[in-house]
Design a protein around this ligand. Sequence first.
Ligand code: ACO
Length: 329
Amino acid sequence: MKKYASLKSIASYIPSRCVKNSDFEAVLDTTDEWIRKRTGIQTRYFASDDENSSDLGTKAAKLAIERAGLAVGDIDLVIVATLSPDYLGMPSTACLLSAKLGIRNKPAFDISTACSGFIYLLSLAKSFIESGTYENILIVGAEKVSSILDFKDRSTCVLFGDGAGAAVITSTTEQDKSILDVHISSDGTYYDYLFTPRTLKGSGFLQERFSPQYLQMKGNETFKLAVKTLTNDVENIMKKNNIASKDIDFFIPHQANLRIISAVGEQLKFSSEQVVITVEKYGNTSAASIPMAMNDIYESGRLKAGDLMLLDAFGGGLTWGSALVYFGA
Ligand code: ACO
């Protein structure tokens, strides 16, 4: 019998420090009104100094495993998507998170696809399960974006937040509980639209080696490309699977900017009930944004087993992707 991959559970963790737009007014040339009007963001949450992406991810992951009705020992593979890993280079945040969960002697690795992280995670988990390689996969989007923000740059630092979202992907024989389709893509020629410079200074030997790591973004160019690319991508995946807008229970886009979400949502003719919006509360939490939004509708009781979700994301790389996912709980 054919094996399908199923999104069995969803959970998130939101750090406790809530930062309002007005908190930026004292230190930057900005206003609550500008941020709300241009982005839709009202608040975001920042992790504490001693909380890293692996800590945020571990809390979300524990709950996701519990909600899947599994024990940590049942997890065969851990994959984390993050642009704000605990350590640059190594060890991976997935290894740290596994250790914190008590998972040992299992494969664990990170992926670097910025805000498209959760869609890429779904694609990987689907392949590993459908090929029969693994049975239960923990996927986590975990971000302490605040650790790479330049708090002197008003055009970026007001946009992002910290948080984590986790899901357990298991195997099923029921297609109507499966991850129906995932599409991922990238175009590295636009690498400098969104990036964190980490260039070597001088020849290296006995010299100070790293320049600042802060995130930089060509906001306006990214905005235009995001609307165009996402609309095309979503139209394509729906057409390929013979699914119309009315068949979708929830459209859960990456939460970067309310204006991008509204533009894509309107072009695709989704009603306001179908479109999930959390950007006003959490800001842009990069790879964590889609699972955090999904968890919001789960915890509020709106998301039910068998509901069909359409996900889409766009981020640094540039990367993008979309997915059609039945909630397999
Ligand atoms: N407060 C007040 N003024 C500001 C602020 C601020 N926080 N930030 C920028 N401005 C100013 C600019 O300096 C500019 O001033 P000027 O006209 O005097 O030069 C003016 O506001 C307009 O700036 P724009 O950049 O044109 O503003 P825009 O309407 O494009 O909004 C934004 C900027 C919010 C960044 C938007 O372009 C955006 O959301 N872009 C897409 C982000 C995105 O989708 N990223 C992908 C995912 S993220 C990831 O992968 C990590």
